[in-house]
Design a protein around this ligand. Structure first.
Ligand code: 5GP
Ligand code: MN
Length: 342
């Protein structure tokens, strides 16, 4: 990953005078979305800017411990209109960890109603959207946190990384790389991690706080999902799993409880691609994961109106669960016939 020098200089110019800034991240914010927002917010505040972080809906409970997370305004439950006010008054809006304003769902309209603010993208998803004044779009970065780290380093040097920023950045780097196991694990990333370690981050504590803080219901739901709901097709090379609302209720489901389920099928040696269908009130959320060259970003775009990364993507279905599964099975067949499953 290489930052554009002109981009960095342009950003320096844009931030030359203190101003009102909003940082916004994606729907169902994850460790990378929240970590990058908190670290970038602190960097901007240190420069003298006034910053509000906004997310469309609540982050999962296993991120509640993160320092400063209570200041992140959750648009869906923001009855006081803090988010709308901050967005209306913003002179610059940073879009972190997503590639197009349309992905903000319930927040899209509010962001678009501010027609004067400059928009800056800091992201690592494929296919960035239009309409950004500056775009740091780096699909070859393993996380947005690594892009934010690189930006802070390029603008102010590694000394500018505070212990709080270091912790927030580590959360995103750790979660988006599946604990440093997925793609784009470059020497530069580990040099960045070395700086975070120098700032005194407590890696075992961060790891425990994120991965070993689930509820009993989640553990039991996981067992149920793997044992009763996981199906294998295409000679055992493709997996899928689905959860209906009544099944989630039975295990006192909280948002974030199904995190990681879709990855689990890939622990089976033969499985190259895995899907999770999670029922919501109005639609079914589709999560896709793959190994190696199998491109689920392409699959998500083609069949589920979504996108993401090559090995982790998602989309939505507005059909019923049986119809969605049937569509998936047919799509997988077509995908295999076209040679995309290797
Ligand atoms: P997850 O399965 O963790 O929700 O999402 C995996 C990846 O796919 C994330 O990087 C996420 O941003 C992306 N993604 C999930 N849902 C959608 C969607 O509906 N549209 C697009 N373009 N990307 C999505
Ligand atoms: Mn990310």
């Amino acid at each position: 990953m290489k930052l554009s020098k002109e981009g960095v200089e342009e950003l320096r110019g844009l931030l030359a005078r203190p101003q009102r800034i909003v940082i916004v991240s994606h729907t169902n914010p994850d460790g990378d979305a929240v970590g990058s927002s908190l670290a970038w917010a602190e960097a901007l505040r240190t420069m003298g800017h006034s910053v509000t972080c906004v997310v469309p809906n609540k982050y999962p409970y296993f991120l509640d411990w993160m320092q400063g997370i209570e200041q992140v305004v959750i648009f869906r439950t923001d009855t006081e209109g803090r988010a709308a006010r901050a967005i209306a008054e913003a002179e610059t809006i940073f879009c972190l960890d997503f590639n197009a304003v349309s992905r903000l769902e319930n927040l899209t309209e509010t962001i678009e109603s501010n027609r004067t603010a400059r928009r800056v993208l800091i992201d690592h998803h494929l296919a960035p959207g239009e309409g950004f004044d500056i775009a740091f779009s780096h699909p070859d970065s393993s996380s947005t946190c690594f892009v934010v780290y690189s930006l802070i380093e390029a603008m102010f040097g590694p000394e500018a990384i505070s212990p709080r920023m270091a912790e927030a950045l580590y959360v995103g780097m750790m979660t988006d790389t599946g604990n440093f196991a997925f793609s784009f694990l470059t020497p530069e990333l580990f040099r960045a991690v070395a700086v975070l370690v120098e700032r005194g981050i407590d890696i075992p504590r961060i790891h425990n706080s994120v991965y070993n803080s689930y509820t009993e219901g989640r553990a039991r739901l996981f067992g149920y999902a793997i044992n009763r709901k996981m199906e294998l097709i295409e000679d055992g090379t493709v997996a899928y799993m689905s959860l209906l609302e009544h099944e989630m209720r039975r295990f006192q489901f909280q948002q974030g409880d199904s995190e990681g389920f879709v990855n689990y099928a890939l622990t089976i040696k033969k499985v190259k691609m895995s899907a999770m269908f999670l029922a919501h009130r109005k639609f079914i959320r589709v999560s896709l994961r793959s190994r190696g060259d199998v491109d689920v970003n392409l699959f998500a775009r083609k069949y589920f109106n979504g996108g993401g990364h090559r090995n982790a993507a998602g989309g939505k279905s507005f059909d019923s669960m049986p119809e969605t599964i049937e569509r998936y099975v047919r799509a997988v067949r077509e995908f295999a016939e076209e040679g995309h499953l290797g």
